[in-house]
Every structure is written in structure tokens, then in C-alpha cells.
Design a protein around this ligand. Structure first.
Ligand code: CU
Length: 69
């Protein structure tokens, strides 16, 4: 089952950041889509239930940003 969750994202300053965070999230196995908003500083992530917040945090951290669960 795919669930949709909203997370706060810190550290984004421009559209490139949005792109990086989107890519980072969508590369995680089990994530079907990530809609990232610079203005709202958030990401709406659609993912399989098995995908943990820690995994998403790690992926975003690797790209240079912070996902706040
Ligand atoms: Cu940027």
C-alpha cells in the first residue's frame, strides 16, 4: 500500500535545491513520487509502507538538506 506523507525540508534556497531534494527522495526504493515546495519548505512523499523516515532522512541529508520527520 502506498501512503502519502508530508515532511518539513530545511536548507533549500532555490529551484535547484528543490530539484536536488526531489531527486534524492525519488531515488529511494519504494518511493513513487515526491512533490517538493520551496515556499512551504515541505515535501509530499508517496511511498510504500515499508520505507522508513530514517531512509528518507539519509537520502535528503546526502543531498545536503534536512528532512524533519
Ligand atoms: Cu538552491
Amino acid at each position: 500500500m502506498v501512503t502519502q506523507t508530508k515532511y518539513k525540508i530545511e536548507g533549500m534556497t532555490c529551484d535547484h535545491c528543490v530539484h536536488h531534494v526531489t531527486q534524492a527522495l525519488e531515488t529511494v526504493e519504494g518511493v513513487s513520487s515526491a512533490k517538493v515546495s520551496l515556499k512551504k519548505e515541505e515535501a509530499v512523499v508517496k511511498a510504500e509502507e515499508g520505507v522508513s523516515v530514517e531512509t528518507l532522512k539519509a537520502a535528503v541529508a546526502e543531498a545536503g538538506y534536512s528532512l524533519v520527520g
